[in-house]
Write a protein that binds this ligand. Structure first.
Ligand code: CA
Length: 228
């Protein structure tokens, strides 16, 4: 899951980025309005959620929200702002934002609201299985034959992405866009390192990996090829 955060207060931006990354999200930060709009327009398909500060230098969060909504109706947007009159809140929601958090807010509350919007946007399914492996996204647990397997946040995010797209080939470029942030070097072999780590933890000994490598393209998980 990848998040765009437009916030000009560097300490808040840094704190949110760090906290969200600890939760397994990839986070790109824009520190002024124009940069925020540019990043949103360049890779709108990549973002699963957009967090907009209202008062930004260059272009306000409201303006960014309006412009995003001209191109895309679906990506959830949350305003983060000190403005809190009823008029402000209504105005913010009328421009197309899905939710609204008044500063200062508790990080846990932001996280909870992000999860609700992602769930609404992606459908209810939060439990996935393949062979003897079960992933419960809400509970953040992966089990193999009933035993919990510890995955790092990135491993978890990568496996979740493959499971959500079960039966389809997931292209490397698409995986990078979804799981890593804008500063990620697309030529590195980091994806393979993470895939191998997941395989080591979850594959059945002496059987082909539950994650297929599609040479030159990417990876795929297919239930049909993983009879339990
Ligand atoms: Ca601001």
């Amino acid at each position: 899951m990848r998040i765009l955060l437009a916030e000009d207060e560097v300490s808040i931006a840094g704190f949110l980025k760090e906290g969200l990354e600890e939760e397994g999200y990839a986070v790109d930060v824009a520190t002024n309005g124009r940069e925020g709009l540019q990043m949103a327009s360049d890779s709108l398909q990549s973002y699963d959620i957009i967090l907009l500060d209202w008062m930004l230098p260059g272009l306000s969060g409201i303006e960014i929200c309006r412009k995003i909504r001209l191109q895309d109706k679906k990506t959830p947007i949350i305003f983060l702002t000190a403005k809190d009159t009823v008029d402000d809140i209504v105005f913010g929601l009328e421009t197309g934002a899905n939710d609204y958090l008044k500063k200062p807010f508790a990080f846990e509350e932001l996280l909870a609201r992000i999860k609700v919007l992602l769930r609404n946007n992606r459908g209810e399914q939060s439990v996935f299985s393949v062979g003897n492996i079960i992933m419960d996204v809400e509970k953040h647990v992966v089990t193999k034959e009933g035993s919990t397997i510890e995955l790092t946040q990135k491993e978890f995010a990568l496996l979740e992405y493959l499971l959500r797209n079960q039966g389809k080939v997931c292209r490397r470029t698409r995986i990078i866009e979804k799981i890593w942030d804008i500063h990620f070097d697309k030529d590195t072999s980091v994806i393979d390192v993470f895939i191998n780590a997941i395989r080591k933890k979850l594959d059945q000994p002496d059987k082909p990996s539950f994650i297929q490598t599609i040479r030159g393209v990417g990876y795929k998980i297919d239930e049909d090829e993983n009879p339990s």
